[in-house]
Design a protein around this ligand. Sequence first.
Ligand code: AMP
Length: 542
Amino acid sequence: MQGRMMFQPLLISSLIEHAARYHGDTAIISKNTDGTITKTDWTHVAENSKRFANALHALGLKQNDRVATIAWNNHRHLESWYAISGSGMICHTINPRLFPEQLIFIINDAKDRVILFDKTFLPLITGVKAHIPLVEHFICLGAFDQDVADALPDVKFYDTLLAEQSTEFEWPLLDETTASSLCYTSGTTGNPKGALYSHRSTILHTYAICLPDSLNLSAHDIMLPVVPMFHVNAWGTPYAAAMVGCTMVLPGPSLDGASLVQLIDEFKVTIALGVPTIWQGLLTAAKQSGTQLNSLKRTIVGGSACPPAMMKAFKDIYDCETIHAWGMTETSPLGTGNQLKAKHDQLSDAEKFKLRLSQGRPPFGVDLRITNQEKGTHQLARDGHTTGNLQIKGHWIINEYFGKNESALTTDGWFDTGDIAALNEDGFLFLSDRAKDLIKSGGEWISSVELENIAMGHPEISMAAVIAANHPKWDERPVVVAIKTTESQITEQDLLDYYIDKIAKWQIPDTVIFVEAIPLSGTGKMLKKDLREKFGDVLLGS
Ligand code: AMP
C-alpha cells in the first residue's frame, strides 16, 4: 500500500517561487563588475529569472541544453541560475581562472550552446572563441556596452534581453531527477571531469546545509558567500538562501580583505563562507582597519583545512564561531560540518577546540566510512585515529561523471574521495591529507596539513604549504614553503625550532623556503603540485 500524501517533484523553480512569495522584500545586495552596488530583493530576482527564462526560450534553447556562466557572484548571475535550471536547462558554471586549454576543453565537453559572462572576462572569451564552435550565443551580464560590442560581434546584452520579455513564465513540471547544473572538478591531474547535479539532489542538499548542525541558516541571516558561484555552486548557498529567505550580500569581483571587511560592516553580515586563503586576507585587513566585525556570528571554512590559528583569531578577537566543513565537487559539496553535540559541553575548552578543528560530522543524507588503503572496500575502525581512504555515499553524491557512461563508485557502491582520514565513533572526520599530498618518509606517512597548521600558527607566518621533496635516503621528506608577515625577521631555524614539542622529531621538516607568493588554484587552494615541481629536488643537492 502506498502512502496517501501529495507527490511533488523536488524542483529548483520551487525555491525561487517560495523566496518570492514569502520573502519577497528580503534584500539581495550585489556588487557589480564596475564596483557599484545594486540593491534588489527576492521578488525582483524571481521576476528577472522569469524574464530571462523567456529570453532563453526565444533564443531557441530547449530542455537539457547547457548554458554556461563565467561570472562573479552578483544578482544577474543569481537570476540567470534560476532561469536556466528552473526551465529545465543545465547551468554550467565555469571557473574563469582555468587555463585557456582547460576552458576550451570543458566548454566543448559540455557542448555549451550559450555563454553568459561578466565584462571582466571579455578578453578570456575573445581568446578562446575560435576554439568553441558549438557556442551559438554570447550574452554579457549587463547593459549595452560599446567596448564589448566592438570586441565580440553578435554579442547580446542581458539587460536588453530582459527588457524585451515579460515576467509571465510557467516553470515546467520536470521529473525531479532531471539534470540541473554542471560543475567540473579542478583537474589537477588529467582533464577536468563534470559532476552533473539533479533537481532532487540539489533540493535535498539544500535542506541539509540549512540545518542547525550544518550552517544553521534562517531568515534572520545576512549571508556573504565569498566562495564563488563557480566553485561547486558557491557550496549551494544561493539555493539555501532562497529556501530560508535570508539576505544575500554578493561580493562581485572584490574578494580582497579590505573590500570584504567593508561589505561585512556596511551590510551587517551575520554569516560568511569561503576558503582559508580568503579569510587570511580578511583577518589581515580587519586588523589593519581596527574593526570588530560586530555583526559577524559565523564563518564557514572549507575547501582546505582550517588552520587552528585562524579559528582562534575569529573566536578570540571577533567573537565569531568558525564552522569547519568538508566537501568536494563530487559531493555537491557538503559532506560534513562541524557542530559539537550536547555531550561535548562537559569537555574542557582545549578538548572542544581540538574537536572543532576536525572537519565535523555528516548530516542526515550522507554516510561516511574509512577503508583500508590497500584493500579498497575493507572497512576500518571508527576510533578517531585509524586512517584510511575516505569513502562517501548519499543523496547528493556523484554516481558517474558527465558523459563518461561508467560508474565512478567502488564495487559496493561508495565514492572514494581520494582523501585520507579517520572517523571517530560520532562520525567526526579528521582529514589528514589528500592521498597525493601525503609525505612518505622512510615508509612512514606524514600529513602535510598537520605541518602546515603548525607553521601557520607562528605569528610571523602568513601562509605555508608543506610538500614532499625527494630525498636520497628517506625517499621523501617534508619541506615548508612559507610567506612571512610584513616586516618579519623570522629565520629558517626559528620556524624549524617552532616545531619542536609540537610533533614527533622525525616529522619536523628538513628545510624552509621563504617565498613572496604561493600559487593558488582558481578556487583559492594552494597549488602544491606546482610547488613540488619547483622545489621537489631541493634536498637532492647539486
Ligand atoms: P574541490 O572538489 O575542488 O572542492 O576539492 C575537494 C577537496 O578539497 C577534498 O577532497 C579535500 O581534499 C579538500 N577539502 C575540502 N574541504 C576540506 C577541509 N575542510 N579540510 C581539508 N581539506 C578539504
